[in-house]
Each structure stands twice: as structure tokens, then as C-alpha cells.
Ligand binder design. Sequence first.
Ligand SMILES: Nc1ncnc2c1ncn2[C@@H]1O[C@H](COP(=O)(O)OP(=O)(O)OP(=O)(O)O)[C@@H](O)[C@H]1O
Length: 797
Amino acid sequence: MASSDSQLLAFIDRQKVLLARERDAEIERSFLLLSNCGPKVLEQKGLALLGLGIHEVRIGLGGKTLVELERPSAYQSNPIFPPHNLRTGDLARIEANDAAKSKKPVSTDIKESTVQGVVYKVSDTRIVLAVDSEDDLSLPERCRLVKLANSVTYDRMDRAIEQLERTIKGEKDTELTPSIRVLMGMMPPSPKTELEDVTFFDETLNPSQKEAVKFCLESPEVACIHGPPGTGKTHTLIEIIRQLTSTTTIPKRVLVCGASNLSVDNILERLLALPVSNKSSRMKVTRIGHPARVMANQSILEATLDLKAARTDQAALVKDVKSELEMTLGLLSGKGKGVKGRVKGAERKKLWEEVKALRKEYRKREGGIVTSVLNESQVVVATCHSSGGRQLRNQEFDVVIIDEATQAVEAVCWIPIFKAKKLILAGDPMQLPPTVLSLDKRRKKENKGASISKSQVKKTDSSKAKESLAKNAIPAQSDSRKKGGIAGNGSKNDAKPKALVKSNESHPSPPDSGSEDESVSNDSDDGVRSDTVVESNKPRSKIYPLRPSRTLEITLFDRLESMYGPGIKRMLNVQYRMHNQICTFPSRTLYSNKLTSHPSVAEHLLLDLLQTQGVTLTSDEETRKEILGTPVTFFDTAGCEYLERLDGESSSRSSDGDEGSRCNENEATIVKQWVEDLVEAGVGPGCIAVITPYQAQVTLLTSLLRPLYGTTLEIGTVDGMQGREKDAVVISLVRSNDKREVGFLKEKRRLNVAMTRAKRHLCVVGDSSTVMHGGIYLKKWLQWLDENADVRYASLE
Ligand SMILES: Nc1ncnc2c1ncn2[C@@H]1O[C@H](COP(=O)(O)OP(=O)(O)OP(=O)(O)O)[C@@H](O)[C@H]1O
């Protein structure tokens, strides 16, 4: 059934409401910070840089004025910036750095600000702000830079949704293409145009990858690729791009987008590394985006629009205008060569008029160069957000590919969608959803309410079980801990306290293969049916109508699957990362038991890694062999009374408005000891990552491990590890002793990302008796670990 007008409008209205809410949450967050904190505190939080001076004012791409700031020796003894969170693309403003006011909150009144712009480039000692203003730039001598809420992303998303509305209503020039109609449930996907014989450039693709490539080529309007961890999603996308742009079929023009710079640079890097028979057959690829934001890799930099434009023959045409502009700006800012003091009064006004005219001319000439570079490009690579910039305004493509589509909110995907006739989405709905600020705020409110009512109303059966488990387990554990210790031989069957074995036996068995547990946080609550597990490749006979999304976490990928069923996608089913034992639980519970391990990794262990490095172990090195030969280890802290602490508990809310973060000192000690054991056994710290849900635990672990291993050992939250892998991963779960729903522990997707980062060894430290409200997936995993992993008992030596 095609979406009715009222369904279409309800969907669009809902998107507008959700986007407005998200924008408010972002503004509120930054407003709270700016109005509550003095500049010094903002600098400590990484949101401001104080005591800066203007190094230079020049002109950049787009005729923007680039203001370069530094820490001059007059105000600072060290030219290197303190740690900060000002990144390329962030909105920031330069304001006078008045020392007397440095404790007062900085101004929240935008009008009062001096100069506002976008961070263009960041290094250890310099930061460049790109300013678009046509007005007079009154730059203070001594200044500071303050990060602001960025509205550009929201503006672009709002515009994309408005464009969608006008397109559907027939009010806009944009054509209501078949792919837009399919995306909006106005018509079902057309039957595939069968391709007789596809000759693959990469014959090593596995059958599921080949099927996904073929499916994407054959689908007339929309196709999705579901790539579980390590299954070669990028590999498959590269083949699709090669097929689309090859001359054997009709070459297509492709726009490759992604949710993050990292994802698109990863694709770009692989495209640029493809073998070419001769120079003319090299794929013409251009990367849109700030050169400072793209990967620091020469071949990638060479592919940026900025560098390509600068190398064209016409580049000389803009050079003259640029020099003149820079000279005039130098006069105005008092920073030009040989300029003494600033120009004032009528002369200043006249010079600004000149700047305006020169800038217009510069943009016109530069626009011509940009268009000619882009017109020659077969493949353009950009983030979804930057595809909405001026440079691509009139560019059209045959196909748009969006990687990491399950991490992008739907509205940001619409920015590039309007530029092409066909859409290919790639992602994994079982990994992290997009970050949504407004949702976190609501969840926290709901959790607060839930925690009070639940803990006050009654004790659940599970909490009673936890208590009796803890009572029984303590004496037995202290015995075994004395004997075994952290690297001791406390293997699951011989050293496990009886009380634990019993209680585990009474737990239900792991989730059945092929079905996701009903009680696991149900996506349908969010307005999407929870049939994300692949059932069949056939198109579903019944098509569900378009429904307004409950939250921004519902991605376009989720929604298409919900409307059209699994026939809209193909799943890659061979993973090239994890030891089979690491892969088993996620495969069973999230991927319909369909995820298999490639033989090259199925049995690989840390032991083999060391052998490839020429290390051989003698027969008496039993402990070392045991550590290196075990794919999954579980330190069960049940009954140990390792209670966590809420960081900032006294105030219940930290000054930046966030709920306090949790940490667990004893658990951190266990993690530290295991990392030490791994390193002692020969594993390089660079091959290890420590992952934990809470920032406070990251800080604690960093204080314990940094002095030993420096920055080679990676420590972070799960969000920073998506798309990454390490030979050995240690997860510190930080048990929760209250009944609140807390992000990581509740969300199976986060847990999935954490557990699938490990290649050869996964160690989990946590409490199997933890019963979290809503944390059923976690409980099942811990149960599975208790039954299948090498279980060790925590001991604080
Ligand atoms: N057909 C294949 N044959 C051999 N190795 C492969 C094949 N496909 C993928 N790989 C390898 O699997 C690993 C993961 O591939 P890739 O980075 O493309 O996966 P991904 O799905 O994009 O990863 P992520 O889970 O991080 O999103 C890479 O080392 C890649 O070389």
C-alpha cells in the first residue's frame, strides 16, 4: 500500500519536530556551559583557548578570510596549546581576552561577539578560523577562541527535509524520482534488472559479497548492504564503485558519502591504491572537505578539491585577486607586511568596500575552477554533511553511496540523496546508532523516574537471586582467589565456586539461534519493527506503510528494512576479524546465526601472532601458553563486592549538566593486572585496547596504565572504537549496583561493538550477578561467558 498524503506529511512533520528538539538540546548544552563557566573553566574543559594573538590574516578557498591564531610569547611561555576539543568544522568565536573578566562566564549573546567563524585548520601551535563575514573585522589584540554550538549541520538537515516536503508536494524543481518515491513508501522497489554475467574486478570476493555487489547493480532505485563487523563492507563498496565507473558497462558518476570523515577517507584510500594499467585508466576521484580534516596521507591530500584546484592552469587567474585581497586585509588588521598600526575612519570603510568587491571577483573565478575539477571527476567523496556545501550545489550523479548509514540520522542522508538517481546504503543496524543528544536527555529523565519507582516499589526476583548468589559466593571465592590469582589456573570447571556453578545451571540457556530475544530492548518501541535479522532475500509481499519515526535514532536503513523487509538488503556473512569463539555469541544473538568466520581467522590466537613475530615458547611456559592460547577469558567479579562509584556523586549532576559517570577501582585493578599479564606474555601494548562504557572509568584506567605503556596502549569508550579492531581487547563493564538503565549496559548494539573489536583475544571483567533493569542482553552474554569462556576469578594482589 503506497503512503498516503497524510502519512507523508506526518513523517515530515515528525522529522522537523525531532530535528528542532535536537538543535535545542545542542544549543542548551553549549548555552549552559557558556553561561555557567568562566573562560578558565571552559579552557579546562577543552572548549576555549585563552591568551591568543593574531598571527596572520589571509584568504582561503571560497574567498573566506582565514584568521590564524597562536599563543604569542608576550602572553604565554609555551606556544603549544593545552589539550582542547576545537576541531575542524566547529563553530567558534574570537573575543577579547580581558584578564580581569577571566573568571566571569563568557558572553552567550551572539550579537555581542566579535568575530565568528568555522575552525579551518588546527595544529599544536596554530588554529585557523575561516570567517565568512562581509563586515568589518575588528580583531582584538589579545583574544581567546570559544567553541560555539554549531548550527550549520542543523540548517542543512532542515533544508533537506524542507526540500523533501516541497518535492513531494510538487512545489520544487527537484524531480520526484522513483528512488525518492521508494524511500518514502510511495511505490515499492521495481523488480531487479537481472545482469547475466558480472565479471568481478576482485575475484577473491566471497559469495555473499558478490551477491551484494550484484544486488546493488541490479536494483533500480535503492539497495542496502548489511555488513556485520569485519565482513568486508568497504571491500564490497570498492568493487561496486569499480563496477559502476568501469567502461565495460555504461560508466556512472558516483557520489560516495559517509557519516564520518574517517569512513569516507578509508574508502578513498582504498580507491586510490587500486592498481592501474595505465595513467589514463586511473579513476578520477575528488575529495570534498577541509584538507585539515582529511586523513594525513599524501595521496588523500592530493585528491582534495583544494589541492586539485590549486594545480589547475586557471589557478593563476585567482592568484592575483587573492594577493590583492590579502594585502588589503593586512592593512585592515594591522598585520600585513610592513604595516604599522590599523587603518581607521573613512579610509577603513573604503578598504572594506574594496575587500567586498575583490572577494566577489575571487569567488567567481574560483567557482569556475572548482566546477571544472568536479566536472572531470567520476567519483566524488564527501561526508553527507559536506555534500551539502556550495561546491556540489549544481552537481548531479547517477548513484549515491552512503557508508555507515546506520550511524547517520535520516535527515543528514537526504542531503546527498537529492543529488543522484539511485541510492546504495551500507551499514550494520546492530552496531552503534547515531548519537542523539535530545534522546539522551529524555532517557536520563525517564531513568531517574524509573530508578526511584522501581527500587522503592518492590524487590524483583532477580535482585533477590543476586543477593543470595553474593552471599553464597563470597567464602568460596576468597578461597579460590588465594589459590589462583589473576593469572592462576582458575579455569572454569576446576576452580569455580560451587554456588556459582549451581546458579549458572539454573539460568536459562543462551538465546536460540535465529531469534532475537523478545525481552532485549525492543526496537519496535522506537517505531521500527524489530525484524532486523535477515530472514530471506525475497521481497516481502506485504509492504508496511511509512510511519513517523519515534526518535532520530531510527535511521533510513532501519526504516527501509522495516517497510520492505529483508529483501531490500543483502547481508555479508563471512567475517575476517575474530576468532570463532569471539564471533559465536554475536552471530547467534544478532545475526541469525549466519555470521561465519573465514578459515584464515577462525582459529587464530595471540600465540600465532607471536609465532609470526619469531617468538617460540618452550614446553615449561605453561602459564604463558595458557594466556596466549585462550580466545575468550572472563573475570567474573560476582560476590567480590567491587562496588562502583559515581563520579560527581555528591552533586548528582556535574557542572556541565551531565549525569555523573561511573568508575570501579577494583575492577580497574583487575584490568591492569590482566594487561600486565598479556604484555609479560609477549603481546605488544600497541596490539591491546581497553574498552569501557564510562568516561570516569577511562580516566581511572588511564591513570593506572598510561605510566606503564604510554599512549601505545589504547584506552577508550566504545564509541571511539566503532570500525576499529585490535588483537587483544579487554572490556571493563563497571557493574551497576542500582537498577537504573545505563546506556552501554542496556544497549545490545554498544555491547556488540565492544565485543567484536577483538581479533584473537577478548577478556571481559564484570559481575555475572549484576541484574540491570533492561540489561537482559548483557545478562545473557555474561551467562554465555560463564558457560563458554575461560572463567577466572578476580583477585586483588
Ligand atoms: N573477500 C575477502 N577476502 C579476503 N579478505 C577480505 C575479504 N573481504 C574483506 N577482507 C578483509 O577483511 C577485513 C575487513 O574488511 P573491511 O575493512 O572491508 O570490513 P568492514 O566491514 O568495512 O569493517 P568494519 O567492521 O570495521 O566496518 C580487511 O582486513 C579485509 O582485507
